[in-house]
Design a protein around this ligand. Structure first.
Ligand code: KG4
Ligand code: ZN
Length: 356
């Protein structure tokens, strides 16, 4: 399909990579006309995590109403849409397939271009959407429930993975610690709120930097340290301190401070190693106010430009799939036999083939 991106007014974007069914309409100037997110929070809460089969079934039920709602809120009809974008990687395979099937159907029926979006790259692009200036090249950092990934981003379509977690993602650590402390789900916002009343210096939790020059993360040791602090070390006769509200708040604050120290430290290392003067941070954990504050301090000291996604675009949404405009303008159109890629792709270059 030959496409003149300049003739397109609006993109309809779909997101269903995990447990949010989302649709958004974005115009060519990256203005978000509508962004609808149907969260499945209440369906997974009792399990303390996302159940893939429940997630994909919920996407099936919700995807069409969510698309309708996004179009209505934008004041548009399907015939106004010039291209359809969809997150095809990474994510839960059954969840991704629901969004992709809906997007392909729309592309075929409306005879409009289909654009594949990498969910992780879209999290970083959320920063570009509210910046009045170009944010590339940059170090891109996605810190979410599934990923803690550092990228060297030469352009909006050229991302090289330069660091990730060897065990838990940062958001996963927040969620598990929230379970241990019994403060709620999803864990990130619950820990942040509980930590407000706590002393972040009460417990000195480990900061795992692994090898100094490496950009990898590890949070499983920290998670275990929190577990032992809260419940006691298995086999030990030493009783843990009673989990009073104050003790829980102190553990939450001390844990949050340890995670943030590592996240900020590795961002600093990445910027220095790659000689970049810009850092863009997105993903659910980027909504954390301590992280935002510490990142601002670090980048100020280092003379680095910092762009953090607005909190409304941190957790999963379809508006950040506005990155599809970058693909569209470069002629990166997917064919209708496009498939999902549940795992991570380490390097995607600007001139690499569009995934089929
Ligand atoms: O980006 P996201 O919606 O989903 C993934 O792509 O994974 O991120 C969800 C994660 C959850 O682990 C949640 O606990 C965490 O982001 N999160 C936070 C905060 N808000 C959400 N973590 C720390 N502080 C927050 N304020
Ligand atoms: Zn995400």
């Amino acid at each position: 399909m030959n496409v003149d991106a300049d003739s397109i007014g609006y993109i309809l974007a779909l997101e269903s990579s995990c447990d949010e069914t989302a649709a958004a309409v974005i115009d060519r100037d990256l203005r978000v006309l509508s962004s609808v997110v149907a969260s499945q929070y209440e369906l997974h809460r009792d399990f303390g995590g996302v159940v893939p089969e429940i997630a994909s079934r919920a996407h099936v039920r919700r995807v069409l109403p969510v698309i309708d709602e996004a179009l209505t809120a934008a004041g548009l009809q399907l015939s106004d849409i010039g291209a359809v974008a969809v997150a095809t990687q990474p994510g839960l395979v059954g969840s991704l397939l629901v969004g992709l099937t809906a997007a392909k159907t729309l592309a075929m029926v409306l005879d409009i271009p289909l654009v594949a979006v990498n969910h992780i790259e879209a999290h970083i692009y959320a920063c570009r959407m509210v910046a009045d200036v170009d944010t590339f090249p940059c170090i891109g950092f996605v810190v979410s429930g599934g990923h803690t990934n550092l990228y060297d981003c030469t352009s909006p379509v050229d991302f090289e993975l330069i660091g990730s977690t060897i065990d838990d993602a940062a958001g996963e650590a927040f969620d598990k610690v929230a379970q241990i402390l019994n403060v709620g789900f999803p864990g990130g916002p619950a820990i942040q709120k509980t930590a407000e009343h706590g002393n972040s210096k009460a417990i000195r939790f480990p900061r795992t930097f692994l090898k100094e020059d490496r950009l990898e993360f590890s949070f499983s040791g920290l998670k275990t340290a929190v577990l032992y602090t809260a419940n006691g070390v298995p086999g030990s006769h030493v009783k843990p301190e009673p989990l009073t509200d104050q003790r829980v708040a102190d553990i939450a604050a001390s844990f949050q401070a340890a995670v943030v120290d590592v996240l900020v430290g590795k961002c600093k290392q990445a910027v220095q190693q790659k000689g970049r003067d810009t850092l863009c941070v997105g993903g659910g954990v980027a909504a954390n106010s301590l992280l935002r504050h510490k990142l601002a301090q670090m980048t100020h000291r280092e003379g680095v430009r910092l762009f953090v996604a607005p909190t409304s675009l941190c957790t999963d949404n379809a508006a950040m799939a506005a990155i599809a405009w970058e693909s569209l303008r470069r002629g990166h159109i997917a064919s209708l036999d496009l498939d999902v890629t549940p795992g991570l792709v380490r390097h995607r270059k600007a001139n690499s083939k569009v995934p089929k």
